[in-house]
Design a protein around this ligand. Structure first.
Ligand code: PMP
Length: 419
């Protein structure tokens, strides 16, 4: 029984604002795909910091590099200066991520959150095109600052932030909760018809797989059509890879499944390797219209995050790491089939190491919450997503070992039967 949340958190519970009321224990340490509470309980982590801990908690390879760096008195805060850690990260990122994919992007360190990478991408698009409008998608999540919130498709969050329509036009995602919709034809219509009231926008911003919106992967064909359309009209295509990137879907970038190359990419969360803050906006070289000082920040380019991110790039470059990832992804794929054969009314979506168990039509948010509670009570952390928190998001570290992965999935299956 977990009726007395945070009995051990003294009287500080009422002082902090957070959603951790769903997990009423005090966490103490964490290793790999497991979190341990102060009172000695062990939890498998299928939340992974909302996609920030792709390499697991306290990954020993990355930890060693960090400890060595700290022991050498390496620069910890260097603002925007050139440092050895920054050079090493850029070299590793070029060699293991950009060059093998034929991508020639400029890198702008933002920071240090994903939100700021989105801000930078939107500002750049407006400056580079001289236009103001942006097209975004229902269900999108891009951040909580007023610029990123303006392209986030949540009425509630936008109202709370005092953000109104402004220059942003929302259209449905390819396959949202209300079924498929040809939003590309709609964008085309809005742009081509001078009476539509919509100006040609500076950019289209899209998650190649909507994560907070409910785990909706976009098809390759849809992303290709979006690319063609944006190219024809000189509109910049921004892919937000903050949650679906860094190996989550089996490839480094989620957009690789479509073979489309966007103009701007936002990256954060797991790029920091160890849960350390790092965020970047990557963009086509000819789009670099920034003047000095136009987008800065005290904490951009965290040196410890550079060290961790360099080690993470090395992990990514290790063929064994990617073989293990493929095995774990196949296991999740099989789990999808297992669930739908258990209950054919269930909808389970996803790609690679991300799954969404959609209970919208079969019990709704209440059942999702019951499942989350069942999981917690049995030692598994999962988060909810979707428009009404009706989707259980399965997001283990991508480096999870198969034993813990199986155990977590078993708990989810039992929980579905019980909830
Ligand atoms: N974009 C996407 C796709 C995200 O999932 C998030 C965070 N959930 C953000 C942007 C914002 O990142 P941050 O919370 O680090 O500001």
């Amino acid at each position: 029984e977990t009726a007395a949340p945070f009995a051990t958190f003294e009287n500080l519970e009422s002082q902090v604002r957070s959603y951790c009321r769903k997990f009423p224990v005090v966490f103490h340490h964490a290793r790999g795909a497991e979190l341990y509470s102060e009172d000695g309980r062990r939890f498998i982590d299928f939340f992974a910091g909302a996609g920030t801990l792709n390499y697991g908690h306290n990954n020993p390879f990355i930890k060693r590099r960090l400890l060595d760096y700290l022991n050498s008195d390496g620069v910890v805060h260097g603002l925007d200066m050139y440092t050895v850690a920054k050079r090493q990260f850029l070299t590793a990122f070029n060699e293991t991520v950009l060059q093998p994919r034929g991508l020639d992007f400029k890198v702008q360190f933002c920071g240090p959150t994903g939100t700021d990478a989105v801000e930078a991408a939107l500002k750049l698009a407006r400056k580079a095109t001289g236009r103001a409008g942006v097209i975004a998608f229902s269900g999108a999540y891009h951040g909580m600052s007023r610029g990123s919130l303006a392209v986030t498709g949540s009425r509630r969050a936008r109202r709370a932030g005092g953000v109104s329509g402004g220059d942003v036009t929302f259209v449905p995602y390819e396959n949202g909760p209300r079924g498929s919709f040809d939003s590309i034809a709609l964008i085309e219509h809005m742009i081509d018809d001078p009476s539509s009231g919509v100006e040609v926008p500076a950019a289209v911003i899209v998650e190649p797989m909507q994560m907070e919106g409910g785990v909706y992967p976009a098809s390759a064909d849809w992303l290709r059509r979006l690319r063609r359309l944006t190219e024809q009209h000189g509109i910049l295509l921004i892919f937000d890879e903050i949650q679906a990137g860094c190996g989550r879907t089996g490839t480094f970038f989620c957009f690789e499944h479509s073979e489309v190359v966007p103009d701007v990419v936002t990256v954060s969360k797991s790029i920091g390797g160890y849960g350390l803050p790092l965020s970047m906006s990557l963009f086509r070289r000819d789009l670099d219209v920034w003047e000095p000082g136009e987008h800065t920040g005290t904490f951009r380019g965290n040196q410890l995050a550079f060290v961790a991110a360099t080690a993470a790039c090395e992990l990514w470059g290790d063929p064994k790491f990617r073989t293990d990832l493929a095995v774990a992804s196949r296991r999740l794929e099989r789990f999808r089939t297992e669930l739908t054969s258990l209950d054919s009314s269930l909808t389970v979506r996803g790609r690679g190491m991300a799954l969404g168990i959609d209970l919208g039509q079969v019990g709704g948010p209440e059942r999702a919450e019951r499942l989350q509670r069942y999981a917690f009570d049995h030692g598994l952390i999962v988060e909810l997503c979707g428009r009404h928190d009706e989707v259980v998001k399965v997001l283990p570290p991508i480096a999870i070992d198969i034993v813990r992965l199986n155990r977590g999935l078993e708990l989810l299956r039992d929980g579905l039967l019980a909830a």
